[in-house]
Structure formats: structure tokens, C-alpha cells
Design a protein around this ligand. Structure first.
Ligand SMILES: *Cc1c(COP(=O)(O)O)cnc(C)c1O
Length: 388
């Protein structure tokens, strides 16, 4: 008997420890973990530097209220600002909180300049921005909102790629366009660079804000620190979470000076957000990812992974429809439902997870070794060759 609420469809598998790219099940089986807590353990399991950080900070200070200055948070914010487009950072504890705060920041900005009716946010239908009451309505998914009461107003939706509809949706009341730079749960759909540039132009022209949700695709996942980086587009607001804590819950909203001006004392807050323990961990993760060769390795190794997966796709054109994604945010789109395929990979000791549109999502740790990629390729090849 489990006393946990049954809101998850859990696999009958549990783990007792993890090391790097591997997980060890309670009954002693070693799995190659290419889920990594859904892009959360960016440095794999039990990274020695993270263990050291947690241990040493745990002896000093875990939590103090945001009523006081928190030097560790100042330091992480400064590092993030120096590294990115951002002028200011607001710390939260999760992705949903970060996207929800991003919505608040956008609305509050227009309110603060006397445009309180400019509060609508345009989003992509069936995207994923989290599970709070506001963010499920931002996501525009029937499944996620079913049974949760009155619709939260203020969100307009267009289908991925339907630019005509997007342009039609923009009115005087539009405050922002918010989208995932790469749709994660939605099936690893990349917003192309030219499209990001167009979006920025439209936003500039209409005086609206651009929010890019990098909760899943950010923090080095694509080989660039942010997935939008190559496009040279500067968003106004960027929520992050998953990868920045390396397994410890951290969320944050990065923003420019203009929009930050609306967030005056008392306008928003979080009890846990930005505590010294979380901040120290964030600093360690960020320092490792910022190491000169780190993202270069992500680029090289993920390029190899994509190339090899495409070869497997060529070999099995009736099973794999498309290899999607960027860097280590990879989707194998199948022609049929992916459940059985994922199960077969698991039987062969490779853990992957589903996304929409029959996609098998592959999320290795960013520091995965080439021989581990080869091991995964071998398993995928084997499962394809025996697949009926
Ligand atoms: C996971 C995710 C979220 C929500 O994050 P939680 O930490 O689960 O609340 C929001 N946006 C995107 C793009 C995500 O992938």
C-alpha cells in the first residue's frame, strides 16, 4: 500500500544510488540514465564538487529569510548577469514558479508605466510552462487544465508555426509573447533562429515583451548556455530552473533593467527562494558549466550523438521518423506510440522518457562520456533491430 497520491503513473522501479551517468536500482541493476531527472541532473549523479559544496555549506548556513541580504544569492545573481543578457535575477525554487514569476514581471512592468490593461500573454498551444493554476492555462493544454475550475484569464494561444494566427492575436492589450525556445514536453520542437529573430522584431515593433522559457533547454543543455544564444536575440525575461541546481531545487527569472523596474519592494516574494544552500549549489553548477571546455565538449559529443542517431534512423526508416532537438535535448520521433519502445530500452538498461508526438526524449548528463553515448547507441540499435 502506498500512501502517496496517485497523480503519477510510476514505473515499478526504484533506485538506491547514482553515479555520473548511471543509476543503480534497489535490486542491484545498473542503468544508463539518459533521463537525469528530466534534464535536472546536468552534471550527472553524485558529482564530487556538488557533494563537497553541499557538505561544506550545510555546516555553515542553510536558510535565512529574504528579509536579509544573502551574499551567496548576490554572488550567483552577479555571475548569471555577467554571463547573460540579464541585468537582474529573481530566485525561486522550481520551473513553474519561475515561469509564473515571469508572467508577473511582464504584467507588473506595464502596470508600473501606467498601462494596466496591457496584461495579456500570447503562448503556444500545448506548450509546457508548469503546473500552477496560471501556468497550466498559459500552457494551453486541455489535459492539464481539466477539472481545475474557472479558466485563468489573460492567455491567448496559437499553434506552433501558425505565424498568421500569432500576428492576429496581438492587440493593444498584449503584454508579452512567451514560449519555450525548444518545446520539451511538447515533443522537442525547436523554434528556429530566424523565427526567434522575427519574434523579436514583432515585439519591438508592437512594444511587447519577449519571454523565452529556458527551464528545460537552458543551462548548457543545447551546447550553448541558452538555446536562443546563436540567434543573437535578446529576450526581456527568461525563466530557468531544471539544470541550474544539478538536482537541487532552484528556479530563477532573468530579466533586463527595464522590466525589473516594476518589481518594487513587496511586489513578489518567496520564502525558500534563493537561500544560501541553494545558491552555493547554483554557483558550483554554474562555475563548472562556465569552464572553458565544458560547453565545447557538449557540442562535440552531442553532434556525434545526433549523427549516429541519424544513421540508425536511416537504417530503420519504418521505426524512426525524425531525430529532433539540439545538443543533449534529443527527441527520437517514432511512427507509432513510443511506450513499448521506451520499455524495450529500459529492459536493455537504458532509461529514456516520453514527450508528445510519439517522441522518445533522450537527456544525458551534460558531462556524459563518449563511451556512454556509444553504449546508448548500441542499445537503441539493438531495440530497433528486434522491434516489431
Ligand atoms: C519542467 C518545465 C517547467 C516546470 O518546471 P517545474 O520545476 O516542474 O515546476 C516549466 N517550463 C518548462 C519549459 C519545463 O520544461
Amino acid at each position: 500500500m502506498s500512501y502517496l497520491v496517485k497523480n503519477y503513473n510510476r514505473k515499478k522501479l526504484s533506485f538506491k544510488k547514482g553515479k555520473g551517468s548511471y543509476l543503480y536500482s534497489s535490486n542491484g541493476i545498473k542503468y544508463l540514465d539518459f533521463i537525469q531527472g528530466i534534464a535536472v541532473n546536468s552534471l550527472g549523479h553524485s558529482h564530487p564538487k556538488l557533494i563537497k559544496t553541499i557538505n561544506s555549506q550545510a555546516k555553515k548556513l542553510w536558510h535565512v529569510s529574504n528579509a536579509f541580504i544573502i551574499p551567496e544569492g548576490e554572488q550567483l545573481a552577479s555571475k548569471l548577469a555577467k554571463k547573460t543578457f540579464a541585468d537582474y535575477v529573481l530566485f525561486q525554487n522550481s520551473g513553474a514558479e519561475a515561469t509564473e514569476a515571469a508572467i508577473k514581471v511582464a504584467r507588473r512592468y506595464f502596470y508600473s508605466i501606467g498601462k494596466k490593461d496591457k496584461n495579456r500573454i500570447i503562448c503556444v498551444k500545448n506548450s509546457f510552462h508548469g503546473r500552477t493554476i496560471a501556468t497550466i492555462y498559459a500552457s494551453g493544454s486541455k489535459k492539464m487544465t481539466e477539472g481545475f475550475g474557472p479558466k485563468v484569464q489573460g492567455f491567448d494561444h496559437f499553434e506552433y508555426g501558425d505565424h498568421k494566427k500569432l500576428k492576429k492575436l496581438i492587440t493593444k492589450k498584449t503584454a508579452a509573447i512567451m514560449l519555450e525556445t525548444i518545446m520539451g514536453e511538447g515533443g522537442i520542437k525547436v523554434i528556429p533562429d530566424w523565427c526567434l529573430k522575427e519574434l523579436r522584431k514583432i515585439c519591438n515593433k508592437k512594444g511587447i515583451l519577449l519571454i523565452l522559457d529556458e527551464v528545460q533547454c537552458g543551462i548548457g543543455r543545447t551546447g550553448d548556455f541558452f538555446a536562443f544564444e546563436k540567434s543573437k536575440v535578446k529576450p526581456d525575461i527568461v525563466p530557468i530552473a531544471k539544470g541550474i541546481g544539478g538536482g537541487f531545487p532552484i528556479g530563477a527569472v532573468l530579466m533586463n533593467k527595464k522590466v525589473a523596474s516594476g518589481m518594487t519592494p513587496g511586489s513578489h516574494g518567496s520564502t525558500f527562494g534563493g537561500n544560501p544552500l541553494a545558491m552555493k549549489i547554483g554557483i558550483t553548477v554554474l562555475d563548472i558549466i562556465s569552464n572553458k571546455n565544458f560547453l565545447l565538449n557538449v557540442k562535440t559529443n552531442s553532434k556525434y550523438f545526433h549523427e549516429q542517431l541519424k544513421k540508425i534512423k536511416e537504417e530503420f526508416p519504418k521505426i524512426i521518423k525524425e531525430v529532433r532537438g539540439k545538443g543533449f535535448l534529443i527527441g527520437l520521433q517514432l511512427f507509432h506510440d513510443q511506450t513499448k519502445f521506451i520499455k524495450k530500452l529500459m529492459d536493455n538498461k537504458l532509461l529514456t522518457i516520453r514527450a508528445a508526438e510519439n517522441v522518445v526524449r533522450i537527456l544525458p548528463p551534460l558531462n556524459v562520456k563518449k563511451k556512454e553515448i556509444n553504449q546508448a547507441l548500441k542499445i537503441i540499435q539493438k531495440v530497433c533491430s528486434k522491434y516489431k
